[in-house]
Ligand binder design. Structure first.
Ligand code: NAD
Length: 487
């Protein structure tokens, strides 16, 4: 069995504990992963803390940090196919998506490489004639970065890129489900030449995650995962008072008006819910369709869902791969069954196929007469679309915003004025109009409500890893006047 190592203080380590990682397409163990202990976490954080204050990192100019990130970007681009194969094997994400996504991950590192020496402070036109006052943008310190199993290389890049550009050091914890891609990526970090301790990559589950987020030397926690874990993390950070950015789940509305290009909207809806086998935080999992086009649109979707090729994720022809874990597949089965019991009607899918692996087919549930169906409110993280019908624009908006989440949303309409009204009214961190699931390193991404807070991507994300130091410099040679009043 292949063995992977974690990466602490510039060294690869097998660790004292390990666990077997399972290939979700077959349900059999294929590799052995180190399982970080609390002591491993402590060593990783202390290494990051030393590196943060050490001359090898703190003494680098921002331009030199950018050069290291450029080198990392080149290495990721060069190894994209190899990394894609590892991610597909360990998480079941289809090779078509992993290979395209990882090639794009290199662009995220390039974006932040270029940004490193453009994170500027400011000079203030202060209201005192004998003072110069300016702001320095300084790195916050050690960052704990935690990612879930889906798109780990991507979710790591949106944290590592801005954190390293800002001058922070990082302990990145891979998910216990499918950690291999990040452990393979550690070899590229090492080859890029970052000083030891600047980037540490460990594994482990809740125990390691808790130890990391509660560690007194952690200054910022960048987390992607579910809301329940986020609550644990916020509680843990009550100890170290670290700042947090939380990228959580969603129950994103996908709204189709009668004047929309239905073929285009159907393709986007497939991208929004069946691509990545639905294991996507931005999954457009609630279809809201206007009554006039409901049957025509659902007929298109049903045909596409039934034509989607489900199978081995490493085949280029495969469109639907397995769920990452049996636990995840069983959870989906449970929510679909409860939704059917609550009155939802099955349009297609809904049946676990025979054979090995954690597969679940593209599934569409009509919830028009089942407003209490759990599939409308619970994030499923699988290829299950819940359908509601609306009559008016106001009703579409009301249904769309009827969620505790606020991550993404999609609107399909030919009307420019309506698009603008919807953009204004939707409570979500991202609104896609006549498109869905588009991302870029240049565009901030994130949500509010149960979808979390903070932004990844763009300049704003890099600023999240900085703190402002206000500098006062007195320019007068005269003695300081009356010391008993504030100046
Ligand atoms: P999860 O919250 O169970 O786990 C995520 C990570 O948190 C894992 O690495 C896990 O080991 C770690 N963890 C678990 N307990 C912890 C603790 N007590 N302290 C610290 N860390 C702990 O999430 P999951 O089920 O693996 O992933 C699916 C979730 O991730 C979904 O809700 C999905 O929407 C969300 N997600 C969000 C985005 C986004 O950008 N908004 C992107 C992808 C996934």
């Amino acid at each position: 069995m292949e063995r992977f190592a974690q990466y602490i203080d510039g060294r690869f380590e097998q660790g004292t504990r390990s666990f077997a990682s399972v290939d979700p397409a077959t349900g059999t163990a294929w590799s052995q992963m180190p399982d970080a202990t609390v002591a491993d976490v402590d060593r990783a954080v202390l290494a990051a803390h030393r590196a943060f204050h050490g001359a090898a990192w703190a003494g680098l100019t921002a331009t030199a940090r950018g050069r290291l990130l450029h080198r990392l970007a080149d290495l990721v681009a060069g190894a994209a196919q190899e990394l894609a194969a590892v991610e597909t094997r360990d998480t079941g994400k289809i090779i078509r998506e992993t290979s395209a996504q990882i090639a794009y991950v290199a662009d995220y590192y390039r974006y932040y490489a270029g940004l490193a020496d453009k994170i500027e402070g400011a000079h203030l036109p202060i209201d005192k004639p004998d003072m110069e006052v300016w702001l320095r943008r300084e790195p916050v310190g050690v960052v704990a970065a935690i990612v879930p199993w889906n798109s780990q290389l991507f979710l790591a890049a949106v944290k590592l890129g801005p954190a390293l550009a800002a001058g922070c050091t990082v302990v990145l914890k891979a998910s216990e489900d499918g950690p291999a891609p990040l452990l393979a990526f550690a070899r590229l970090v090492d080859a890029a030449g970052f000083p030891p301790g600047v980037v540490n990559i460990i594994t482990g589950g809740p125990e390691a995650g808790h130890a990391l987020t509660a560690h007194p030397k952690v200054a910022h926690i960048a987390f992607t995962g579910g809301p329940e874990t986020a609550r644990h993390i916020v509680r843990a950070s009550a100890e170290n008072l670290a700042s947090t950015s939380l990228e959580l789940g969603g129950k994103s509305p996908f709204i189709v008006f009668a004047d929309a290009d239905l073929d285009s909207a159907a393709n986007a809806q497939v991208a929004g819910i069946f691509a990545a086998t639905g294991q996507s935080c931005v999954a457009g999992s609630r279809l809201l369709v206007q009554a006039e086009v409901r049957d025509a649109f659902l007929a298109r979707l049903k045909a596409k869902a039934e034509m989607a090729v489900m199978g081995a994720p490493d085949l280029r022809t495969t469109e639907i791969g397995p769920m990452c874990t049996a636990r995840q597949r069983d959870r989906i089965v449970g929510i679909v069954e409860a939704s059917l019991a609550a009155g939802a009607r099955l349009i297609t899918g809904g049946k676990v196929p025979g054979g090995a692996g954690y597969f679940y087919p593209p599934t569409i549930l009509d919830c028009t007469d089942a407003p209490d169906a759990p599939c409308l409110t619970q994030e499923m993280f699988g290829p299950v679309l819940s359908v509601m019908t609306f009559q008016t624009e106001a009703q579409a908006l009301q249904l769309a915003n009827d969620t505790a989440y606020g991550l993404a949303s999609g609107v399909f309409t030919a009307s420019l004025t309506r698009a603008h009204r919807m953009i204004r009214g939707l409570r979500a961190g991202v609104v896609w109009v006549n498109t869905y699931r588009a991302v870029s390193p240049i565009a901030p991404f994130g949500g509010h409500g149960l979808s979390g807070h903070g932004r990844e991507g763009g300049l704003a994300a890099a600023l999240d890893y900085t703190t402002v130091k206000t500098v006062w410099l007195r320019t007068s040679d005269d003695p300081i006047p009356d010391p008993f009043i504030m100046r």
